[in-house]
Design a protein around this ligand. Structure first.
Ligand code: MLT
Length: 259
């Protein structure tokens, strides 16, 4: 069976930059970057299978490798051999899986508010509880559980309009997509040892107030990836690209200039 082509945005021209969204979000997470970075790159933003318009594409993968292969199939469909690949949180797990499976296609990496390690036993237990919430209450229940961790305290205090905008994305997620993504995250391998193999330019960005993948996770990736650059966005939490897009885009544009 051929892999279906993921629903995606394709804007701008120049260096192809693929941006992968986090959980349980869709490509709307990257709307600010679609607008701002299209002047600096060709910005390709898919809905991972199971989310957004890609929820209509059939059974979503239950592994991060499956998502990485979907991205490879999208690049094939677009006729792109090598790209800059970036991912936020779960999207970062997929970007690391993409490096493991398709590294010849990676020109550079952007790891945003993510981590390399696998889930702890306690983390897996929380995932099982989240699956139960998804099955019994649906996307709204998952949104209630996730929202407190997604935004930084500064965003909540100073940019209150961000909360409902982000919540709307979570609430429209499909339950099959949510369940498959939780399974994929729970089963993802520990990528920590693999970081030493990364030999392409790598930018690591994290919100200073990220409660889900705290700054120390990014510092550990920075220490393990030779020549990587770490940027900490003040006044932002787990969704730094969505909370403080101008600051986020600035560091990404600067990075792209050097790729
Ligand atoms: C995400 O934002 O993608 C999730 O918080 C990742 C996770 O739950 O590990």
């Amino acid at each position: 069976m051929t892999t279906p082509v993921l629903a995606h945005d394709d804007a701008g021209s120049g260096t192809p930059l693929v941006l992968l969204h986090g959980f349980p979000l869709d490509r709307a997470l990257w709307a600010p970057q679609r607008r701002a970075l299209a002047g600096a790159a060709r910005v390709i933003i898919p809905d991972l299978r199971g989310f957004g318009e890609s929820a209509a594409l059939g059974d979503p993968p239950t592994t991060v490798d499956g998502h990485a292969d979907d991205i490879a199939a999208l690049l094939d469909a677009l006729g792109l051999e090598r790209v800059v690949i970036g991912g936020m949180s779960m999207g970062g797990y997929v970007a690391l899986a993409f490096w493991r499976r398709h590294r010849a296609r990676v020109a550079a990496l952007l790891l945003a508010d993510t981590r390399a390690g696998a889930d702890s036993a306690e983390g897996k237990e929380k995932r099982r509880a989240m699956m139960e919430t998804a099955r019994t209450i649906g996307a709204r229940g998952v949104a209630d559980a996730m929202m407190p961790g997604l935004l930084g305290k500064t965003t909540r205090a100073k940019r209150p309009e961000t909360e409902p905008e982000l919540r709307a994305i979570l609430e429209r997620a499909s339950v099959p997509g949510i369940l498959a993504a939780i399974q994929a995250m729970m089963d993802r391998p520990d990528a920590s040892a693999m970081l030493a193999t990364i030999d392409v330019p790598t930018l690591i960005v994290v919100g200073e107030e990220d409660a889900l993948t705290p700054v120390k996770e990014s510092e550990a990736m920075h220490a393990a990836i030779a020549g990587s650059r770490l940027e900490i966005i003040p006044g932002a939490g787990h969704c730094a690209n969505f909370e403080r897009p101008a600051a986020f885009d600035h560091v990404v544009e600067e990075f792209l200039r050097g790729v």
